[in-house]
Design a protein. Sequence first.
Length: 246
Amino acid sequence: MPADLTAEKLEQMVHADRPGRIFGIVRFTEYAKNGGEIQTAANGYDGEAPTGVSARKDTFTLNKFFPELMAALTRTYNQQWDAYFFDDNNMLFGLKDGTDTLAGYPMTAVYGDSTPFNTSSTKATMTVTFAHENAKRAITDFDFVQLDFNPQKCVLGLTWVRLEKAETTGNAYKLFEDVGGYDVTAIYGPLIVAAGNTVINGATSAASYDDATQTLTIASTSGADIRLKSPSVLYENDIKGIEQVA
């Protein structure tokens, strides 16, 4: 994490190209710790002595069920991550690693669990579990820094979108959220047109937006793959919060 972290830098890291991108998860309403306890054993008739620290998992309950987040965590449950945590007082928690910057907690896995539908007694729920790589270091090297901004507003993440033709022929396109299919053309269409072809691959001329039909017109050569550019390029052109996946 940069030593001179600002809200703008944090938001930029959310839009960075992989593998340099960070991923935020908000908001947690409950916490449960599993493990991370001092283990002891006796040597004959001698007294108990510490032998190590048990494996530790931190499980957080989210305020509601997020299907996109659950899908993303399931796709990446076998990947290793570094994790930071922050609270309502804008304190950022991590580890000391001998440098001037705050290091993250190394995790062997981050995964989700959910009840995706309401039951007779409770609403749909979701939890996220962080499995620590080194439970002892999570205790001995604990550290934190005070931020002068609210990080929650900067780490909301990217929504996957699809850019699809509005008709079987012609150059009219619409932009939909990948999960749920919500039409977001009216939100991002004017921003895409304002940025010009710097944010579109495959276009042969400047895109236009029709407010009446809420469609983008993007001219291209026959067979060209029309795609939005990477989130880092979109971010540089003031288009935030989306990534094309199909």
